[in-house]
Design a protein around this ligand. Structure first.
Ligand SMILES: Nc1ncnc2c1ncn2[C@@H]1O[C@H](COP(=O)(O)OP(=O)(O)OP(=O)(O)O)[C@@H](O)[C@H]1O
Ligand SMILES: [Mg+2]
Length: 369
């Protein structure tokens, strides 16, 4: 049995912005889940620190919901352990785990008012009426819904209903909160407002949150760390910045932000031979000549230069105006499409122009593949 770091229940903890050095709140050890002959999860290992906001990011079917269901106790794992606050909870029933859950269909009770919906969990726990009223008011104030406490869910907008679901979860101050795509039904503006709301609630309550999304912008905006899942496995766990700047696989690079990927073969003298050009590799890439490799180049790190300059050369095939910037798509001779971000206000580039591309300040990120 693995020795666990000393932990203690952490309700009421002040928020640690990056949660580094905080005790381990949740440890997932060798967790597997098999449905028939499908492995939804393959022996996952994951530590989540107290006060951390970790997002599970990944394509549909990658196992995000399955992992949350096992942590919450709604589904039993096929193998492995769930340890919360240093105690093995693998076989503890869901109601005995100090966990709050917000699911995608926030499932408010239609016949109960906002206050009754929010206070429901307290009634179930036998909290006195006066105490319950105080905590309902506090929770509604947290999400800015005091004035709507007597309304029914059908009298609220989608975003307001979502906030009721958040208040209902935060009211009994669970030290671990699981959220499964809670914002996916909302329009973009409301989503962004709710993301800020969740960040604020997280900061104010110091709770540990595991947040599932398949929206990379949402993951970048919210997380202390992102856990990228792919086919029931963890591809990479890192801070949003590290994930963006130093993806560990081409799949992660393509999932997080817009990536230009140049694949090729490592050559003598720290070079990568690609279909379009031979490109210098960063020193210390550690790959033997003859092995396959890839360079990841972010659109904002590329400059457009004269056609006979730069490391790459191609033809402008698209220009997409996006307010503060314009995205230029350049087709290389191989057919590989490269996206370049240019600040609006720079001289426009006509479709069909032949241009050179270079990355003066930011060496591309190298991956062995
Ligand atoms: N009850 C079940 N019975 C059989 N297979 C299941 C069951 N639940 C999930 N699966 C399978 O397990 C895999 C992981 O599913 P899961 O719901 O965890 O994915 P997800 O990452 O949450 O996807 P999404 O983004 O679409 O919600 C999928 O292949 C799915 O079909
Ligand atoms: Mg899911």
């Amino acid at each position: 049995m693995t020795h666990l770091a000393a932990t203690s229940p952490d309700q009421g903890r002040a928020h640690n912005p990056n949660a580094q050095g905080a005790p381990i709140k949740l440890r997932v050890e060798g967790l597997g889940k098999r449905y028939g002959n499908i492995d939804a999860l393959h022996a996952l290992d994951l530590d989540v620190r107290s006060g951390e906001l970790l997002t599970l990011l990944g394509a549909s079917g990658s196992g995000k919901t399955t992992l949350l269901q096992i942590i919450s106790g709604l589904v039993a794992p096929s193998s492995g352990r769930i340890v919360i606050d240093g105690r093995d909870q693998t076989h503890a029933p869901a109601h005995q785990r100090d966990i709050g859950v917000v699911f995608q269909n926030y499932a408010l009770f239609p016949h109960l008012t906002v206050s009754q919906n929010v206070g429901f969990a307290l009634d179930m726990r036998g909290v006195s009426r006066a105490e319950s009223r105080r905590r309902i008011n506090e929770a509604l104030a947290m999400v800015g819904l005091e004035a709507m406490h007597q309304r029914f869910p059908r009298e609220l907008s989608g975003g307001q209903q979502q906030r009721v679901a958040l208040a209902r979860c935060f009211i009994y101050k669970p030290s671990l909160i699981l959220m499964d795509e809670p914002l996916s039904a909302l329009d973009r503006k409301l989503r962004e407002t709710m993301q800020m709301e969740i960040k604020r609630l997280h900061r104010e309550t110091g709770s540990t949150i595991i947040f599932v999304t398949h929206d990379q912008d949402e993951a970048l905006a919210l997380s202390d760390r992102i856990c990228m899942m792919h086919n029931g496995r963890i591809e990479q766990i890192d801070t949003p910045q590290a994930m963006y700047e130093r993806p560990s696989t081409v799949a992660v690079a393509r999932f997080i932000g817009i990536s230009n990927v140049l694949e090729g073969t490592v050559m003598q003298g720290d070079q990568l031979a690609t279909a379009d050009a031979t490109v210098a590799l960063p020193k210390g890439h550690g790959c033997q000549p003859g092995t396959p490799g890839a360079l990841v180049i972010r659109p904002e790190h590329l400059n457009v230069v004269a056609a006979d300059h730069g490391a790459l050369r191609g033809t402008v095939v698209e220009a997409v105006y996006a307010g503060v910037e314009t995205r230029i798509v350049v087709r290389l001779a191989s057919g590989n499409l490269i996206v370049v971000r240019r600040l609006s206000g720079q001289a426009p580039l006509g479709i069909g122009s032949v241009v050179g591309l270079e990355w003066p300040a930011h060496p591309p990120h190298f991956l062995s593949v």
